[in-house]
Design a protein around this ligand. Structure first.
Ligand code: 3PG
Length: 206
């Protein structure tokens, strides 16, 4: 099984994707890979998300295709069955803790108490969600005090302007965001523009 560290070290950016069809997702995956990012968080927020995970996992077996918005054991199992290599959740519940995982879970946290509870259950790396609302860079700097060894993937409200500030923090392994995969560009099939945004983001962050 992959580790959460494998997932977090794959790329400085994990694109957070909301997709309408498996076909669109295949074009999008291709555009992202062309831009230099081969990890995808396909959120389970659309009717075709599982189909899209399955299609990308088959078509791009070397890419790291994962599921986002995994909010309970059922959605976790669905993501595993579709071939997701990792799961990301906006928060953590006992149902998710006790789910018999075959893939790593990156759970979301927003407060010190949530981090402490999750540490008790053996997690030591988290999505900070929604990052910009729950304190952003300031919160991550503050969490570094009591939770020195904990690593984060802040997500929510991150964009080309503030991404670097997050990524420079010693307790941030990667960031998540949708700004390189805007829905309007996907629907208009402007995949070249997505490749351009991806390259630009990576240039900015390296
Ligand atoms: C989400 O789960 O919606 C992510 O946090 C994406 O947030 P963003 O659209 O602000 O990047």
């Amino acid at each position: 099984m992959l580790s959460v560290q494998d997932v977090m070290s794959r790329s400085p950016i994990i694109p957070v994707i909301s997709i309408k069809s498996a076909e669109e997702m295949l074009f999008l995956a291709d555009a992202l890979i062309e831009g230099g990012v081969d990890i995808f968080e396909i959120t389970l927020r659309t009717p075709k998300a599982l189909e899209a995970i399955e299609a990308v996992a088959k078509e791009f077996p070397h890419a790291m295709t994962g599921a986002g918005t995994v909010i309970n054991s059922k959605t976790f199992g669905d993501a595993e069955d579709a071939g997701a290599k990792f799961a990301i959740s906006p928060g953590l519940t006992l149902e998710l803790v006790h789910h018999d995982r075959t893939i790593p879970l990156l759970p979301g946290v927003a407060t010190a108490s949530e981090i402490m509870c999750a540490l008790e259950y053996g997690f030591d790396a988290f999505k900070l969600f929604p990052a910009s609302i729950v304190g952003g860079v300031g919160a991550l700097k503050a969490f570094r005090g009591p939770f020195n060894d904990v690593m984060f993937c802040p997500t929510g409200g991150i964009n080309a302007t503030n991404a670097r500030e997050y990524l420079e923090l010693p307790n941030v392994a990667c960031i998540g965001g949708s700004w390189i995969v805007p829905s309007d560009l996907i629907h208009e099939k402007r995949f070249d523009e997505i490749t351009r945004l991806t390259k630009e983001a990576l240039r900015l962050l390296n």
